[in-house]
Ligand binder design. Structure first.
Ligand SMILES: Cc1cc2nc3c(=O)[nH]c(=O)nc-3n(C[C@H](O)[C@H](O)[C@H](O)COP(=O)(O)OP(=O)(O)OC[C@H]3O[C@@H](n4cnc5c(N)ncnc54)[C@H](O)[C@@H]3O)c2cc1C
Length: 411
């Protein structure tokens, strides 16, 4: 029997297990999937926890409920990959040999990378919402917070779901307005980028929304440290911004096991061919989701498109054919803007988000790069789609792996 091992049973690993158990011949192949956790978290729900829109039970399910019974689910912490000898070494001591390896170990926050971030104010006046613990602690803080200067801050790119901090700012504006406390709160959005987002046309639309909601924007801020005594964030040029409540997106990194395995770049992301999703160093190793270093967004929607491409390429690899399935960097994200509205963006490696209609050119019904209630319902429906369609590796009707240019205004 040959072995295909998937590392990580989060969004991307679970999708791959569901695709491959249909495709691989069970007489020849055994599939293993390894994760240290027992719970699967719907991470997009972390955005809604602080505002009491979702509760914890809305976003947590058991990993095993999503893994097909023919796939062997192993609980344990992976210590390292010894790629030259084709095995995975577990912290608990056991080893798993593989013929094909899929790395889907995601990314995590690393507050320890910034001086003063996880000091005495961590989860007291300095919060993240990229972890379950951080989002929950922030919910409890916001319930009783009297007001003051709220600073929403990104440490450095790339981060998962790069629009989530903006969504947090918009939802915070709506949250305090609805509680008649907006006049007691100043909101500042601080980013290392030169505008609100990474792509020019969406930056223009999002800059406008920040102004409309009276959210101050500070750009090009490369943080050096956080002073816990004065409650300030300080950048390398000496610029200081005071906060009463800091909501930060710490540096995001791939898992430390990549460093131990000698497989990661300086942020522990695995060098990966951006079209085929094959590792740049080992032909029988493939990488998917947030763990790669490819220049696509780190998002569940991206992992979903990648999973279809990677399944095809793994079948090509097994059949000793050229890896002809090619990922174009397709990403689509709803951007919650507060008060029951959202924007939608759809883009890939070569096309930035522009306005138009999605998914049917000329018909929609979802408008691109414009606020609408329909997009907000789409964002809320995404949770159901995630549990019932995406994780199971089912294609979303009318939304193909490749980005469509029809229906979009590129002029
Ligand atoms: C606040 C927030 C909002 C978001 N909003 C959206 C959104 O609106 N739309 C969207 O598409 N995406 C969104 N995302 C991003 C999306 O959740 C991630 O891109 C997606 O989950 C990545 O999937 P993954 O499989 O690569 O990683 P993960 O789902 O994080 O899975 C990685 C798995 O690997 C396991 N693992 C790692 N290291 C080890 C080890 N050493 N040993 C054993 N197991 C290990 C982990 O336990 C985990 O289960 C959001 C993310 C956040 C944080």
């Amino acid at each position: 029997m040959k072995r295909l091992i998937i590392l990580g049973a989060g969004t991307a690993g679970t999708m791959m297990a569901n695709h491959l158990h249909h495709k691989l011949n069970k007489k020849d192949w055994t599939i293993y999937i390894i994760d240290e956790k027992e719970e699967h978290h719907y991470q997009p729900g972390y955005l809604f926890l602080p505002f009491s829109i979702y509760k914890p039970s809305d976003i947590i399910k058991s990993i095993k409920d999503f893994i097909p019974s023919s796939v062997n689910l192993i609980k344990g912490k992976i210590d390292r990959i010894v790629a030259k000898d084709n095995y995975v070494q577990m912290v608990e001591g056991n080893k798993y040999l593989y013929d094909i390896l899929i790395i889907a170990t995601g990314s995590r926050i690393a507050p320890e990378e910034t001086q003063g971030m996880n000091g005495k104010l961590w989860h007291k006046s300095i919060f993240d919402f990229y972890t379950f613990e951080g989002a929950l602690a922030l919910r409890n803080k916001l319930l009783n917070w009297e007001g003051g200067h709220l600073v929403i801050h990104i440490t450095e790119m790339p981060i998962k779901c790069p629009v989530a901090p903006l969504e947090f700012a918009f939802l915070a504006d709506a949250y305090f307005k609805n509680r008649k406390r907006r006049d007691k709160v100043n909101i500042t959005y601080v980013t290392p980028l030169s505008g609100a987002f990474t792509k020019p046309k969406s930056t223009k639309a999002l800059d406008y929304l920040l102004k409309e909601k009276n959210i101050a924007l500070v750009t090009d801020f490369a943080i050096a440290e956080i002073n816990n005594d004065n409650k300030t964030i300080i950048d390398y040029s000496g610029k200081e911004i005071a906060f009463d409540l800091l909501v930060t997106i710490p540096t995001n990194k791939g898992d430390d096991l990549m460093e131990r395995s000698g497989l990661g770049d300086e942020l522990n992301y695995v060098p990966t061919h951006k079209e085929t999703l094959q590792s740049k160093d080992f032909a029988n190793v493939f990488v998917i989701g947030d763990a790669t270093n490819i220049p696509a967004s780190k998002a569940g929607s991206v992992a979903h498109f990648e999973a279809e491409i990677l399944t095809e390429n793994i079948m090509h690899f097994i059949n000793k054919e050229a890896l002809s399935a090619s990922f174009d960097g397709h990403a689509n994200c709803f951007i919650e803007t507060g008060n029951g509205k959202a924007l939608l963006i759809d883009f890939n490696y070569t096309h930035e988000p522009v306005d138009g209609l999605f998914p049917f050119p000329g018909i929609g019904p979802l408008p691109l790069l414009k606020e609408s209630k329909m997009n907000h319902w789409g964002k809320l429906a995404f949770r159901w789609i995630y549990w019932n369609v995406l994780l199971k590796g089912i294609a979303i009707p009318f939304v193909g792996t490749k980005m469509k240019t029809a229906g979009k205004n590129f002029n």
